[in-house]
Design a binder for this molecule. Structure first.
Ligand SMILES: [Zn+2]
Length: 416
């Protein structure tokens, strides 16, 4: 079987033919060179408007990289024609195997992009003997195609979240779809200001936002304000996963404060404390008894914070928003009396967002509660695998590619 037969089977073009296949060897690298020609009497397609027009002239031969066969690089050679288009003037023709100024064929870009879902871009570049940049452009092309062809018309629930990125620009804002039947990344923006999220709402438009039924987010004020303004009809839910995060942060703070206090007081308290811990309590002197209570006090706050956090778990078990509200109020009162400042801060925060918190019970059946956390974990895994993003553009492309569930162009043959 000839190579031309194989090519016609995996990728046949209506107006072009595979003319010849030849070996080429330079610097010890063996390459398969395939010459393409336009079919006789077929007019070139204008790259401006997509219509056929009379040929104007022919340009220098261009090289396009195709999917390697048996590890051997494959090049298409073709001299692009120019069209004398009635509408656009003299334009370069468009060819079905490549887009714009890309030197990689569409099939090869799709091939690299598919591998880039499983391996890091560096690994893909190394295995297929190409550059990081070419892998990046392939993924970028796949993402752009996917974004242009995806269907977001049936989105009813979204989750908004912030992601720590890198030192110079610490935050990204991400918007997920969190409907039970589809969970995916919808949008990425730089920073976490009101302006960032406004950009998202501007991109999707008023009509789209008006059909949202649930919006899930953290208590981050800029987000709350934009959501109240742009999706006021939707039930705004504070995410369970974020509240647990705030509690854990508070406990960490208490523990760290106590550890620092320990260091300062430790010299004083621990200096003469040995016998308080070794002796039976009834045998302690007055001085040693005071010491023991000092020691116990040092640890108490972290433990009490922990118990407060654990007792809050009951909140999520309620079915009726009314009783959940009752529980929330009593938990906040108890915590406000605890004299543990970081936990009081959490209680104040929960109190001031009471209605949004109770929305969780109103939306319970519609929102899949683990969705935000699951997508967040996947996102963290992706950022770790890509060894830190160089620019926002790279971050954006990586995340859409990994989490966007984007459609792919149909091709007659799947190369991987
Ligand atoms: Zn045209």
């Amino acid at each position: 079987m000839q190579l031309k037969t194989i090519l016609n089977r995996v990728q046949k073009f209506k107006s072009f033919v595979y003319q010849s296949v030849q070996w080429s060897e330079s610097d010890g690298v063996l390459t398969l060179v395939i010459e393409m020609v336009a079919r006789a009497h077929s007019d070139p397609l204008c790259s401006g408007c997509g219509r056929r027009g009379p040929g104007y002239d022919r340009m220098e031969t261009r090289r396009f990289e195709f999917v390697p066969l048996w590890g051997i690089p494959v090049l298409f050679l073709y001299a692009m024609r120019r069209v004398n288009c009635k509408r656009c003037g003299v334009k370069v023709e468009s060819v079905p195997w490549a887009r714009g100024k890309h030197t990689l064929t569409g099939a090869y870009m799709q091939f690299l992009a598919t591998w880039a879902k499983r391996l890091s871009w560096q690994e893909v570049a190394a295995i297929f003997q190409t550059s990081w940049e070419k892998v990046f452009h392939s993924v970028e092309w796949a993402v752009e195609w996917g974004l242009a062809h995806r269907d977001i018309s049936k989105v009813e629930s979204i989750g908004v979240d912030e992601v720590l990125w890198h030192r110079g620009h610490p935050y990204l804002t991400v918007v997920y779809q969190i409907d039970a039947e589809c969970k995916r990344l919808l949008w990425v923006g730089q920073d976490r200001t009101m302006r960032t999220l406004l950009r998202f709402f501007r991109a999707v438009g008023k009509q789209w936002s008006a059909q949202l039924r649930f919006v899930c987010s953290d208590m981050w004020k800029p987000y709350l304000r934009v959501i109240a303004k742009k999706a006021s009809q939707a039930i705004h839910v504070l995410d369970r996963f974020h509240i647990a995060m705030h509690m854990n942060k508070a406990i960490d703070e208490v523990r760290a404060q106590e550890a620092r206090a320990m260091r300062a007081e430790a010299m004083e308290v621990l200096k003469h404390s040995r016998w308080c811990l070794l002796k039976r309590p009834e045998n302690l002197t007055d001085f040693q008894q005071a010491k023991l209570s000092d020691l116990l006090r040092l640890n108490l706050k972290a433990v009490r914070s922990y118990l407060l956090k654990e007792s809050f778990q009951f909140f999520w078990g309620y079915v009726s928003p009314y009783w959940a509200g009752k529980f929330l109020d009593s938990w906040c009162t108890k915590t406000m009396r605890s004299r543990i400042e970081p936990m009081k801060k959490v209680a104040r925060m929960l109190r001031s967002h009471r209605e949004l918190l109770l929305n969780w019970f109103r939306a319970k059946k519609a929102i899949s509660s683990g969705a935000m956390e699951g997508l967040n974990n996947k996102l963290k895994l992706t950022t770790r695998k890509s060894y830190g993003f160089r620019t926002f553009r790279v971050a954006e492309i990586v995340l859409y590619h990994a989490l966007g569930k984007l459609p792919e162009p149909e091709s007659t043959h799947r190369f991987c």
